[in-house]
Design a protein around this ligand. Structure first.
Ligand SMILES: C[S@@+](CC[C@H](N)C(=O)[O-])C[C@H]1O[C@@H](n2cnc3c(N)ncnc32)[C@H](O)[C@@H]1O
Length: 329
C-alpha cells in the first residue's frame, strides 16, 4: 500500500482542504507505490493547492501530476505552494469542462492514475474583498471564478426575467422564498440596478423578515440566493456534467475519480452519472429480456465518504461535504 504523507495531518493555511486524507487515499492507497510510477493524475480544482500538495507527496517522483483551475489567481498562488514538489505539478489555467482539450494540449491520452474534483469555491475566493462571492463583504456583484466567464452576477440579477430568477433560486438552491425574492428584485431594479453584495443581502433579508422568518434561519437568509447566482455565473452544473462525460473516455481501466461535492444539486449529478454508467443494463424497466447489452464503464459505486465530527468542528465548511469515488472498469 502507498505511504500517506505527513501533510495529511497538518493544519491548512488559507484554504482548509476538505476530506484531504480520504480523497488522497481513494486515489492512491489501493496500489503499492511501485505501481504508481509513471501514472498520470489530475487535480482539476487546484484552489489553494492543499489536495494537490498532499497528492504529490503520496506519489513517486516519476508519476505525472497535472493541476487545473479556472481561476488564474488560484493558479498563480499554487505556483509557490507547489514550487518544490516531486513529481513537479504541471499547472494549467482552464475549465474542467474542457478537460479533453487540456489533456490533448499536454499530450495526455488517458488519465491512468486518477482525478480529483473538489467542487465549489475556495476560501480565497469567498474572502476576496472585490470578487463579490460573499454577502459578508461589500463588493460589486461579480462572482466570476474566471475572467473569461461572459456575465457577472449583477448582469444576471438585473437582466433575467423574474420567472427565470425564480427557477434559478429554486433549482440551484432550493430557495423556498424564490418567488417573493425575485419579485422584490424586479421592483428594485426598475428603480436602479442592483450592484453590490450588501444591497442584495439586505433585499433578501427584508423578504425573510416580512414573512416573519427573519430570526428563524440557521444560516444567513441570503446564502441560497448567493449560491444560485454563483452557480449560474460559472455555469457550474453544465461544466460538471461535461467533465463527467470526458471522464468516461479519458479514464484508463482501473483509474479512479474522487469527487467532493458540497450540496445536493451537484452531488445528485455525480451520483446519477456513476450509477447510470455502472448499471449492467440500461433498458427501460419491464422488458423481459435485456436489449441494450450495456457495457458498464465503472465498478458499482460505494456509499459516499463524509467528514467526521472532528473535521466538521475544525472546519464548518466541511459539514455538507460528500466524497464519491468511481473506479473505471
Ligand atoms: C473548493 S476549491 C478547491 C480547493 C483545493 N482542493 C484545496 O485543497 O485547496 C474549488 C476550486 O475549483 C475551482 N473550480 C470551480 N469550478 C471549476 C471548473 N469548472 N474548472 C476549473 N476549476 C474550477 C475554483 O476556482 C476553486 O479554486
Amino acid at each position: 500500500m502507498s505511504r500517506l504523507p505527513d501533510v495529511l495531518d497538518a493544519p491548512a493555511v488559507g484554504h482548509a482542504s476538505v476530506l484531504l486524507a480520504p480523497a488522497v487515499q481513494a486515489l492512491v492507497a489501493h496500489q503499492p507505490p511501485t505501481s504508481l510510477a509513471h501514472q498520470v493524475f489530475v487535480d482539476a480544482t487546484v484552489g489553494g493547492g492543499g489536495h494537490t500538495l498532499a497528492l504529490s507527496q503520496a506519489l513517486p517522483p516519476s508519476a505525472r501530476l497535472i493541476g487545473l483551475d479556472q481561476d488564474p489567481e488560484a493558479i498563480e498562488r499554487a505556483r509557490s505552494v507547489l514550487a518544490d514538489t516531486h513529481p513537479p505539478v504541471t499547472l494549467v489555467t482552464g475549465n474542467f469542462g474542457q478537460l479533453g482539450a487540456h489533456l490533448d494540449a499536454l499530450g495526455v491520452e488517458y488519465i491512468t492514475g486518477g482525478i480529483l474534483l473538489d467542487l465549489g469555491y475556495s476560501a480565497f475566493q469567498i474572502r476576496s474583498q472585490t470578487r463579490g462571492f460573499s454577502f459578508q463583504t461589500d463588493a460589486p456583484l461579480d462572482m466570476r471564478m474566471s475572467p473569461t466567464q461572459p456575465r457577472t452576477a449583477a448582469d444576471i440579477l438585473n437582466t433575467w426575467p423574474e420567472a427565470d430568477l425564480v427557477a434559478l433560486f429554486k433549482t440551484m438552491a432550493d430557495e423556498r422564498l424564490a418567488r417573493p425574492i425575485a419579485r422584490v428584485i424586479g421592483r428594485q431594479r426598475a428603480v436602479a440596478p442592483i450592484e453590490s453584495t450588501t444591497e442584495l443581502a439586505k433585499l433578501v433579508s427584508k423578504v425573510y423578515a416580512q414573512k416573519g422568518l427573519g430570526d428563524k434561519q440557521r444560516i444567513h437568509p441570503a446564502t441560497r440566493v448567493f449560491q444560485a447566482l454563483r452557480m449560474a455565473v460559472n455555469d457550474e452544473i453544465p461544466m460538471l456534467k461535461t467533465c463527467l462525460e470526458h471522464l468516461n473516455d479519458r479514464l484508463a481501466p482501473g483509474a479512479r475519480a474522487a469527487i467532493i461535492t458540497f450540496h445536493s444539486v451537484e452531488d445528485r449529478v455525480v451520483k446519477q452519472h456513476f450509477r447510470h454508467y455502472s448499471a449492467p443494463c440500461l433498458c427501460p424497466p419491464g422488458l423481459p429480456v435485456c436489449q441494450c447489452q450495456a457495457q458498464p464503464l465503472y465498478h458499482k459505486p460505494q456509499k459516499p465518504i463524509v467528514p467526521g465530527p472532528d473535521e466538521i468542528e475544525a472546519n464548518v465548511q466541511a459539514r455538507s461535504a460528500k466524497l464519491r469515488v468511481a473506479v473505471k472498469r
